[in-house]
Design a protein. Structure first.
Length: 325
């Protein structure tokens, strides 16, 4: 049996080979599809930090994914139309520059995750799940009733936002941009997990009461993890909007939260590369089975049931127990 470390290297080799094959065979569609996998993998990396390593079963990460997406679309929309975004306490204009949009998307997603975390993390178990779900649904219904930005029809930005000296409309260029953010998000997760703080929030997952007994404020630990998790997921939402050049209320729906959770479960909970592998498996299943039947989700559900029964550690867990980067 090959080791997880070897499999991780194989994943990165594949990620570098895909765009080369796309160029050789002149198939930009597959580069775009691989970009989608990477972006959804980033969203999964964010959730995995909270769910896999801290035991926070959040069913509301669509809120952060959607907020990041809407921030990107709204800023771009105002830049294209040369309209003021805010006029208090001073005029703030939109922007179509990714280097400006990304910090805004991360900051506002972090802010929402902070507010939601402050309220939801005072509960646990099913109550925590329901509160996070409720907040995401609140934002979903708000976006539907927000006519200034398309309401239920969504908001198109027509052109991807720009990055200095790069053509972001080129599929390969945007693929490499997304790949660099995937590497960054995995690296941040790795450093957090292997830091003293990481030891603390992993201990919270194992036995929160025992962690409290040694004087650690577990609420603050969980809140910080939740905020970082939301920030990473918000960044993924920003990239996803640029990929599609469109955002709609569907990115805030509970189904999006469910899909992100499926990526984590399929790939392997508490595995650094698990969400990426899970997202790839999900998209491949969607593309292959979806070509033959509209009920491909039935087969996905069956696979999830079999995994929970016979392979609870996910696809990555089929290798070994060692977590590496």
């Amino acid at each position: 049996m090959i080791s997880e470390h070897f499999f991780n290297k194989w994943i990165w080799s594949l990620l570098l080979i895909i765009p080369i094959c796309g160029l050789i065979f002149d198939e930009p569609y597959y580069i775009t599809l691989a970009t989608k996998v990477i972006i959804l993998g980033i969203a999964g990396v964010g959730l995995n930090l909270a769910l896999g390593y801290c035991g926070l079963i959040s069913f509301g990460h669509a809120a952060f994914f959607g907020v990041g997406g809407y921030v990107t679309a709204i800023m771009s929309y105002h830049a294209i139309n040369e309209e003021i975004l805010f006029n208090w306490p001073f005029d703030i204009f939109g922007s179509s520059e990714m280097l400006i949009i990304w910090p805004f998307a991360i900051f506002i997603s972090s802010f929402f995750s902070l507010i939601i975390g402050l309220l939801s993390l005072r509960t646990s178990g099913v109550y925590f799940i329901m509160i996070t779900l409720a907040f995401a649904q609140m934002l979903y219904f708000f976006s539907i009733s927000w006519p200034n930005y398309g309401g239920e029809d969504g908001l198109s930005i027509y052109m991807r936002n720009s990055l200095p000296m790069l053509n972001t409309m080129n599929p390969l260029t945007f693929y490499l941009i997304s790949l660099s953010w995937l590497l960054t998000s995995i690296y941040i997760s790795y450093k957090l997990i292997n830091s003293p703080f990481g030891m603390a929030f992993q201990a919270v997952k194992q036995n929160e009461e025992r962690v409290k007994s040694v004087g650690i404020e577990t609420f603050k630990v969980k809140l910080l993890v939740f905020v970082v998790s939301g920030a990473i997921t918000g960044l993924a939402g920003s990239l996803y909007t640029d990929l599609n050049r469109f955002v709609s209320p569907s990115v805030l729906d509970w189904q999006t939260s469910g899909e992100i959770m499926v990526f984590v479960i399929l790939g392997g909970i508490a595995r650094l590369y698990g969400p990426l592998v899970g997202a790839a498996f999900f998209i491949i299943l969607e593309q292959t089975l979806g070509a033959y039947t509209e009920n491909w989700q039935f087969w996905l559900g069956l696979i999830l049931i079999l995994e929970i029964l016979y392979a609870r550690t996910g696809i990555m867990g089929l290798f070994n127990k060692k977590k590496t980067i």
